[in-house]
Design a protein around this ligand. Sequence first.
Ligand code: FAD
Length: 380
Amino acid sequence: MTLARKKTSDDIYSYLEHELKNSIQGEVNFDEVYRQMYSTDGSIYKMTPIGVTLPKNPDDVSAIIDICNKNNTAVLPRGGGTSLSGQTVNSAVVMDFSKYMNNVLEINPEENYVITEPGITIDNLNQRLKHTNLHFTPDPSTKSRANVGGAMGNNSCGTHSVIYGKTVDQVKEMEVILSDSSKAYFEEISGKALEDKISLNNLEGKIYRDVMSMSSKYYDEIKSKYSKVNRRVGGYNLDLVNPNTNKLNLVNIMVGSEGTLAAVTKAKLNLEPLPKYVGLAILHFTDLIESMEATVATLEEGPAAVEHIGKMIITQAKQSLGFSRNLDFLQGEPTDILVVEMNGTSERQVRDKIQKLEDKMKRLNLSYAITKLFDSSKIS
Ligand SMILES: Cc1cc2nc3c(=O)[nH]c(=O)nc-3n(C[C@H](O)[C@H](O)[C@H](O)COP(=O)(O)OP(=O)(O)OC[C@H]3O[C@@H](n4cnc5c(N)ncnc54)[C@H](O)[C@@H]3O)c2cc1C
């Protein structure tokens, strides 16, 4: 771990710090404590940043990018910092959106959308939406810490991705600051509006031109080579740009770009109704392969979520003082369980779905026991 920086770098960094402090309303922290605090994230990697900024508004973000650009310095957006692959650590000026840029700007239950700044956690956003009976659906297990901006960066998804898809399926529009510090607004455009964008004589126009030309050239290859796995989140979503439709939404390219293309300063997100009734079926197995076979059979029954929990977690939960008190749903000594969630518009419908699943498991001779839960207080 190197705490001291080279003399020449120190001069540049002092200048950067000074420039940033004079230009933004938010915080600028280049001291050692901040740099060490931001040198790790949810991954195993450690890289000490040049400094940390906490922008208060899009103008701050634009100024940070402009100053860093002029000084040939990398910038790195950061939300909750829960990424697993080192996305938010680098030798760069970090822009942490979570402290100030976490405001909900508009809630529109009639048209099922919310406009928010990126630094709000997914849980806090959904708490704010509770009265509408709608929710923002991406649910990585870190959602109490993960920000909307981070979910967009990683194209996150969680247990309910089988019905709601990934973050890219839930973001409609975005305001972004591009690498030349200009502001752009991305949404689905077509026809004349798309032609106008393509002919813009600036960075935004170049982005539209480049994406369209890359897509026209390589669309067939991209379509055939991209993995068809539902939860593929690696790489840019070039498969979502179809040059034959004459429409384009650059949001699809931004989501999953891990902060490499632009900084998001606000986003319009799709909202889905909260399920009216929820039931759980916990399928028990003594064999991993059998539980995998049951997963395929379960997916055919339209579940809202299917989570596999394996031997290691079950064993550790049994040994934990806290978790062991909550394991009364287990029957016998399973090595693997599948937690299957069914949603419905009535309790009857949910019970029928779970009964059908149970009958199917019996018919296929899979799962030696099933625990069923319909009491929402126990499910949560
Ligand atoms: C224990 C554990 C469990 C996890 N489970 C899941 C899971 O179930 N599903 C899942 O998908 N992921 C999971 N993750 C990974 C991670 O938690 C999620 O991807 C989460 O959504 C990231 O959110 P964040 O706010 O922490 O993002 P960060 O880590 O802060 O950032 C993620 C990326 O987004 C970029 N970014 C952040 N804000 C902006 C912005 N305003 N503009 C542009 N780019 C931005 C960053 O540069 C970075 O590349 C897990 C991680 C851990 C540690």
